[in-house]
Write a protein that binds this ligand. Structure first.
Ligand SMILES: O=C(O)CCC(=O)C(=O)O
Ligand SMILES: [Fe+2]
Length: 320
């Protein structure tokens, strides 16, 4: 470990008793806004198939990938090309392209209002839909387990998040950061992902073993996040920060460009942005508002908040 690595412990969700896991997760979130979760139970062969399909999709010719660009869709489904997203207040666009998978309709229920249908590149890549529908489901269940632990740590009913996240507007993002040598870096100071906070409740991220991800700690220092092989990086997003009146902090993070010897390589990662139901009203939890920590935000629905934030990062102009 170098001096600037974040000393975040890897917590085993399988081996630790539920109460101890919840307390350790809560401590890691309060200290860093981030936690590392080992033994998360997403089947390794499914993850391996996901990486394989991700690499094959991004290796397709640009014109083929752009067939899955949903114009006017705010980048919420399908393909978003290189150079489109920009971190709030950043001067240069991120050096990345990505694909978004949303929730599939389940049990005969239509998707809630405002949640767009998925697009799939099955013509080019048979098996893509089946693989990422399964992975979405795995992340969804694991996210619900983590929210139970968070509820426990916040002294809420362990099922507190079940209703607010039912048919939530979660998104699985497949990310490709091309080799720096190939990336069009005409914008000065461009990095793989500029400093930002996530919009959603919590983010579950696979793939951060390839260096680059850093968090901004409380003392204002950037610290590298280095999970063990296959472990999950979890972080608090702005919606949970808002709901907990900043008791759980949404920590600024970024992905920096690699050292010279890794610049010829792509970096791939897979964040699952766990969202609330679009109509859920985000209002600070009573237990998180105290004399020492007075209410910081007025209530807003998850959907209104999402669109306010998407506009700021260049992904949408209008509310759908
Ligand atoms: O690629 C990573 O390691 C992090 C990506 C990220 O922070 C994001 O997409 O919000
Ligand atoms: Fe992020």
């Amino acid at each position: 470990m170098t001096e600037n690595d974040a000393p975040i412990p890897a917590l085993s969700i399988e081996q630790m008793p539920a109460g101890a896991f919840a307390a350790a997760l809560g401590r890691s979130f309060r200290d860093y806004g981030f936690a590392i979760v080992a033994d998360h139970g997403i089947p390794p062969d499914l993850v391996a198939q996901g990486w394989n399909l991700t690499a094959r999709f991004f290796a397709l010719p640009e014109a083929e990938k752009r067939r899955y660009l949903v114009e006017g869709g705010g980048g919420q489904r399908g393909y978003t090309p290189f150079g489109r997203e920009i971190a709030k207040n950043a001067k240069a666009h991120d050096l990345k392209e990505f694909w978004h998978v949303g929730r599939e309709p389940q049990g005969g229920l239509p998707l809630p209002d405002g949640m767009p249908a998925n697009v799939w590149p099955d013509e080019a890549l048979p098996g893509f839909r089946a693989c990422f529908t399964r992975l979405f489901d795995q992340f969804d269940r694991l996210g619900a387990r983590l929210l139970r632990a968070i509820a426990l740590d916040l002294a809420l009913d362990p099922d507190w998040f079940v209703g607010p996240t039912r048919q939530g507007n979660s998104i699985l993002r497949l990310l490709h950061y091309p080799p720096i040598a190939d990336a069009d870096r005409t914008e000065a100071g461009a990095v793989r992902a500029g400093a930002h906070e996530d919009i959603n409740l919590i983010t579950l991220l696979l793939g951060a073993e390839e260096a680059g991800l850093q968090l901004l700690d409380r003392t204002g220092r950037w610290r590298a996040i280095r999970p063990p092989e296959g472990a999950l990086v979890v972080n608090i997003g702005d919606m949970l920060q808002r709901l907990t009146n900043h008791v759980l902090p949404s920590t600024t993070h970024r992905v920096v460009n690699p050292a010279p010897e890794r610049q010829g390589l792509s970096r791939y990662s897979m964040p699952f942005f766990l969202h609330l139901r679009p109509d859920f009203l985000i209002d600070p939890l009573p237990g998180c508002v105290t004399a020492a920590n007075p209410r910081r935000h007025e209530p807003i629905t998850a959907d209104d908040y999402l669109h306010e934030r998407l506009r700021e990062i260049g992904l949408t102009g209008e509310k759908r």
